[in-house]
Ligand binder design. Structure first.
Ligand code: ZN
Length: 418
């Protein structure tokens, strides 16, 4: 598991260097704003970092008299992210205007800064400066001691901020795993949570947690009834009301989807999964017979999970969906007759379970197989089940801690949510 922390450190900066940092902040913000302005020029807002880089890098370098290339790129990334979040708000029907880069800061990475134990070297508009960290004395309980001076934590980057006349560096630190954690934890943290999306159950996790589509269906029916009533009036007033009802319903759907997304991410965190795997959503209507409304819901749910999972360093991936509902997650035998509506019963080995749960396990397994040949360093991988883990060869391992859950070998379902 990757643990990330941000540690604020005050810098000891003399007046000459402070002037350089001021100038660097101004140039960084000017560069970011230049890219934002450029992104907003056309008919559509450009959010691609590559496109923005191609279209603005040379211009920015020229206009800034050769501002450090790494800082120009960091400013462009900042601008691209700001533009992306505006577009995301628009897509969600919210208002947002062109971003203004006013908060005084500079984003540093390893190309533009060198992080030492007690000081930092930072690129500026005129070469590099070195600044000492102002650290509390002999204090072993401060975050500085825990993260900065720890060999286990690596500094990945930093943001320079100017606050109340002080220069502060927010250092981003990460570590792979605390060394005193048992090995089992490492295995568990390489675990994937498989998620199957569908019509009857909106989402089913490989841990056996089900989120039903009842609430969603109920609201959709209610909306369609009200729309039907209003349509009979055929007036302009009725038409406007249909739109208002639609917006209200959309808001309710989204709230439900946000809740499910939160619960999915919580499930992944509780089970110490580092990856959440979904099936590829492109042709999900063809495969599942889902309505456009469902497809809309699946896409939103995926987006929300992706967004929320990022905060905890959990990756969200899509895998090839072929046969995930027809394949036996126990023996691998694949046949259309294995599945009959919500029941799965393998024609070969007799494995029986809920069809969506079987599919969720297959989605997790497919992610593992796809990444098996990757450069994972041979670390053990597994799909998180309702108890224990299944590895890439389908071999089941009971949970390390016997008190974690009861009924180790029973694949009972948790229908309590949803
Ligand atoms: Zn089987």
């Amino acid at each position: 598991m990757e643990v990330r922390r941000t540690v604020p450190v005050t810098l000891d900066v003399d007046s000459d260097d402070a002037a350089l940092l001021e100038d660097t902040v101004d140039t960084f913000l000017w560069s970011a704003q230049y890219v934002v302005d450029h992104a907003f020029q056309g008919e559509y807002v450009t959010t691609s970092k590559t496109t923005l880089d191609d279209e603005t890098y040379d211009e920015v370098r020229e206009a800034t008299d050769g501002f450090n290339g790494g800082l120009v790129q960091a400013a462009r990334n900042k601008a691209a992210e700001a533009c992306k979040s505006v577009v995301a708000r628009w897509k969600n029907g919210k208002k947002a205007s062109k971003p203004c880069m006013t908060s005084p800061h500079v984003v540093y990475d390893h190309r533009t800064a060198t992080f030492h134990d007690e000081y930092v070297s930072l690129a500026t508009t005129d070469g590099r400066i070195e600044a000492d960290y102002v650290l509390p004395d002999e204090d072993s309980d401060t975050p500085h001691a825990e993260y900065l001076f720890s060999d286990e934590y690596e500094t990945t980057g930093a943001e320079l901020h100017r606050k109340h006349g002080e220069w502060q560096l927010h250092l981003h630190c990460k570590t792979e795993m605390e060394s005193d954690m048992p090995e089992q934890a490492t295995i568990e943290n390489r675990t994937v949570l498989g998620v199957d999306l569908g019509v009857n159950n909106l989402a089913v996790a490989s841990t056996g947690t089900f989120w039903t589509g009842d609430e969603f269906d109920h609201w959709r029916r209610e909306y369609e009834n009200r729309r039907g009533d209003l349509q009979e009036h055929g007036t302009r007033w009725a038409h406007q009301n249909i739109q208002a009802v639609g917006r209200k319903e959309e808001g309710r759907f989204k709230m439900t989807l946000h809740r499910i997304a939160n619960e999915l991410v919580t499930e992944a965190r509780d089970q110490e999964c580092s990856v959440i795997a979904f099936e590829d959503l492109t042709d999900i209507r063809v495969r599942t017979g889902a309505s456009w409304g469902h497809k809309w819901a699946f896409n939103r749910l995926y987006e929300y999970v992706e967004y929320k999972a990022e905060e905890y360093g959990i990756d969200v991936e899509q895998v090839d969906p072929e046969n995930t509902s027809r394949r036996c997650s126990h023996c691998g035998f694949t046949h259309p007759d294995n599945r009959e509506s919500e029941s799965f019963e393998c024609l070969k080995c007799g494995y029986k379970n809920h069809a969506d749960y079987n599919a969720a396990k297959n989605i997790g397994l497919r992610y593992l197989r796809r990444n098996q040949t990757g450069d994972g360093g041979g670390a053990p991988l597994g799909v998180r089940l309702n108890s224990g883990t299944m590895n890439v060869n389908g071999v089941y391992e009971p949970p390390a801690s016997t008190e974690a859950r009861t009924g180790v070998h029973a694949e009972s379902h948790d229908f309590s949510r949803g």
